[in-house]
Design a protein around this ligand. Sequence first.
Ligand code: ATP
Length: 230
Amino acid sequence: MLRIDGLSAWYGEAQALREVSLHVDEGEIVTLVGRNGAGKTTLLRSLMGLHRGASGTVRFLDEDISGLGPHKRARRGLGYVPDDRGVFATLSVEENLTLPPVTGPDPWSLDRVYETFPRLRERRRFPGTKLSGGEQQMLALARVLRTGARLLLCDEPTEGLSPLIVQQIGDILREVKAAGVTVLLIEQNVHFAATVADRHHLLAEGRIVESMDNDEVRARESELLQYLGI
Ligand code: ATP
């Protein structure tokens, strides 16, 4: 579904990504793991067309989208869930869900969103400011699904959330996957990552230095956590 070849990215003179190549098959959940500053967010932003200083080839559904801006990428089915979640604080949950226009090829109805995220139905009249971190994360994910994305680029959805809420996010990601949506996920909680994802890439100084399956991540969990400084 997604194939990246030789993706490099810069901030001025400073190189943040160095010839990254990877692929994500339809229906997979693939994680990106790495220390702070390794380049994970830059990679997701480059894939969405939000980072201007990038070079290399990005193919999505057999089309070269490297030269396209974010709106055209969204129209083809890419959806970005930023780490700050981007929830509109003064709007209600339902307004957050319904105001952004449908841009992608596979929009979810509001009913379908509420079936997958029952908590959001309960909170639908609440303003963004009144939501917990977990509810905000659910809203950010739900909103991108509602606008029609087929591949979610998720920047650390579990960051700062309690173990119970992390578990709920895991259930949601599994449901999203069962619905046929593909996910590329930044995730530092490698224990959690091995319960939701299919494959993992470790990023260091802008390069993919290792690729692992779930068994390998489980076997190396404490080593990886120590390396990540968690
Ligand atoms: P974190 O989890 O801390 O966000 P990350 O793996 O997502 O880490 P990036 O945010 O992609 O890493 O940063 C990669 C490199 O690019 C780092 O060296 C960082 O300092 C640099 N960088 C990121 N954003 C900018 C910016 N706006 N201007 C200059 N350098 C930046």
